[in-house]
Design a protein around this ligand. Structure first.
Ligand code: HPA
Length: 272
């Protein structure tokens, strides 16, 4: 479903509070990654005050939109997202990024916490998303198409902007940071993967697995938004010696990667 009604309601309630500039950069922050936004200052709008937004049920997500500046560039940061595993429909999972698009945001960085599938990637590292696999069985584009947003059958050959991938890789190098590159697969969750599922996802060509991002990216790309995706690899999934993972482990590892993510965001955003 494509939820024009909720997106318009959200857009109007944000526009009443703050002006979004034409070159504003959108940012979606994943589990445990909210600290960067809190240090930015600016103005924050709790999701509860945005019409059409449900209240996030995930405790590790703050649930606010923060409008601030990074080196003079306006940013609109969604701290907290709506997941399919919370029982939300794909249009609600995409509501935050659709609202950014409706506000005129043309470029967005989507971040997430993810499990590494590629044996060469380490927990604690960052991965720049080069492509994705939608393994949710759902799409935010089903139902009547909102022609003002995009095409009925949008092309998906370059959802993740090559230009922004190059920029992120360059900035990582400038800061002597290691930034992996790879394919992200979104699963429905909320359960983590079995060893057999991990083996399957690796064989499908995924390098990292998580429970967000792809549904948002499809909706954003439908609207013509240019996207950069960064995964914080919070755990390593090796099918033949699976280590148990809990949400607490994911959050604490994501918090440890937040510093490196902040360095990357602070250097990439002004040049987007
Ligand atoms: N699987 C799915 N989602 C995740 C994982 C994982 O291993 N780690 C963080 N989010």
């Amino acid at each position: 479903m494509q939820n024009l009604h909720n997106v318009n309601a959200a857009r109007i309630s944000i526009e009443k509070k703050i002006q979004i500039l034409p070159d504003c950069i959108g940012v979606v922050l994943g589990t445990g990654l909210g600290s960067w936004a809190e240090n930015l200052g600016g103005v924050s709008i709790p999701y509860a005050e945005i019409e059409g937004f449900p209240v996030s049920t995930v405790q590790s997500h703050k649930g606010e939109l923060r409008i601030a500046e990074v080196e003079g560039r306006q940013v609109a940061v969604m701290s907290g997202r709506f997941h399919l595993y919370e029982g939300h429909t794909p249009d609600i999972a995409a509501l935050g990024i659709r609202t950014l698009g409706a506000l005129g945001v043309e470029k967005t960085v989507i971040t997430n916490a993810a499990g590494a599938l590629n044996v060469q990637f380490d927990a604690g590292g960052l991965m720049c998303i080069t492509d994705h696999i939608n393994f949710t069985g759902m799409s935010p584009l089903t139902g009547a198409n909102v022609d003002g947003w995009g095409d009925r059958f949008p092309d998906m050959t370059e959802v993740w902007s090559k230009r922004l991938i190059e920029l992120a890789m360059h900035q990582a190098q400038e800061h002597q940071m290691h930034l992996e590159r790879g394919v992200y697969v979104q699963v429905l969750g909320p359960q983590l993967e079995t060893p057999a599922e991990t083996r399957m996802l690796k064989r499908l060509g995924a390098d990292a697995v998580g429970m967000s991002t792809v549904v948002e990216a499809i909706a954003a790309h439908h609207m013509g938004m240019e996207l950069l995706g960064i995964s914080c690899l919070t755990n390593k999934n090796l099918p033949d010696c699976m280590a148990q993972t809990s949400l607490d482990d994911v959050i604490s590892q994501a918090r440890q990667s937040a510093g490196a993510l902040a360095t990357l965001l602070n250097s990439v955003i002004p040049q987007m």
